[in-house]
Write a protein that binds this ligand. Structure first.
Ligand code: IPM
Ligand code: MG
Length: 356
């Protein structure tokens, strides 16, 4: 198969981690007889520097016309002072919205080889952590009306959180369908004891749950979820939640695995067009030093093959290669400990590619 991939390397460690994912994709192309055609698009701070905006219209059009998008990371202290309307993060939100990427899948898995990297006690980790956060990505407070005004002599700022039934239903369906292929449990996270948007969310989820009698459904309040993730993460299979709750809970969950550098994500639309990126940021402090862990990006490329290209065997092959590299003792600095082989970003990427 021939596939066009828009490559958005972005800022900080973005370019070096994406280069390793491309090395791995090329190994897959060679092994399975595919052709991947890459088109680079500037995004984030590097685009602000070059074009004055975090993504150009041509860049956005390129993403829309591609079969899928591979992203590194955006942002950094260099652009903290820029006008909020052109912040690097704006480009990310714009791509999500314009490509209709409403479903953000964030698998959170504790690799057996790294089990002792979890900050949780063995007794809490139990049989491991393997959960999937399904985060709504194009609605809620991220995209609601925003304003700052002066009321009676002082500034007042407002951000609105809005959800409509169809937005909740389509993300709910992704969660239930995902659960069917995994542990058959969905926990829907909301704040229905306070928010109207959450009460609507919950009502729609209850309706959907009746359509999926084979999936065990439960509601859980977001504050309790934050606690339960630490207390007993093994109880969760699929967690579905609105945009901002998902942003916060997915950072919390990723930390349970002790290795945010390993975690991939997929942002899916109602077509096969998706965007794939590691969940970590641009890590400007180690940019260009060959210290970054490329596994989160490599695993994101595997998700791209699985979800956008329906290349299941190929995706499995990448995941197996990553596991083999860990078995063989390769560790980047973030996951290294005594007795293991410390490697840089490029050597880690090459080691994965070589095992394909
Ligand atoms: C994420 C990030 C983004 C978000 C930022 C960079 C806008 O934190 O993907 O989780 O809040 O969605
Ligand atoms: Mg986040």
């Amino acid at each position: 198969m021939r596939k066009n991939i828009a490559v958005l390397k972005g800022d900080g460690i973005g370019p070096e981690i994406v280069d390793q994912a491309i090395l791995v994709l090329d190994a897959i192309a060679k092994k399975y007889g595919h052709e991947f055609v890459y088109t680079e698009v500037d995004i984030g701070g590097c685009s602000i520097d070059k074009h004055g905006v975090p993504i150009t219209e041509e860049g956005m059009a390129m993403c829309k016309a591609s079969d899928s998008v591979l992203l590194g990371a955006v942002g950094g202290p260099k652009w903290d002072g820029v006008d909020p309307s052109i912040r690097p993060e704006k480009a990310l939100l714009a791509v999500r919205k314009e490509l209709g990427l409403f479903a953000n899948l964030r698998p959170t898995k504790l690799f057996a080889q790294l089990a002792d990297a979890s900050p949780l006690k063995d007794s809490v980790v139990g049989d491991g952590i393997d959960l999937m956060i399904v985060r709504e990505l194009t609605g809620g407070i991220y995209f609601g009306k925003r304003r700052t005004e002066v009321v009676e002599g002082e500034k007042v700022a407002t951000d609105e959180m809005t959800y409509s039934e169809h937005e909740v239903e389509r993300i709910g369906r992704v969660a239930f369908e995902t659960a069917r292929k995994r542990g058959k449990r969905v926990a829907s996270v909301d704040k229905a004891n306070v928010l109207d948007s959450s009460r609507l969310w919950r009502a729609v989820m209850h309706r959907l749950a009746e359509e999926y009698p084979d999936v065990a459904y439960s509601d859980i309040l977001v504050d309790n979820t934050a606690m339960q993730l630490i207390k007993n993460p093994g109880q969760f299979d699929v967690i579905v939640t609105e945009n901002m709750f998902g942003d916060i809970l997915s950072d919390e969950a990723s930390m349970l695995t002790g290795s945010i550098g390993m975690m991939p994500s997929a942002s899916l639309s109602s077509t096969t067009l998706g965007m794939y990126e590691p969940i970590h940021g641009s890590a400007p402090d180690i940019a260009g030093m060959d210290l970054a862990n490329p596994i989160g990006t490599i695993m994101s490329a595997a998700m791209m093959l699985r979800y956008s290209f329906d290349m299941i065997e190929e995706a499995d092959a990448i995941e197996a290669a990553v596991n083999k590299v860990l078995d063989d003792g390769y560790r980047t600095a973030d996951i290294w400990k005594e007795g293991f082989r410390k490697v840089g970003c490029a050597e880690m990427g090459a080691a994965v590619a070589a095992r394909l």
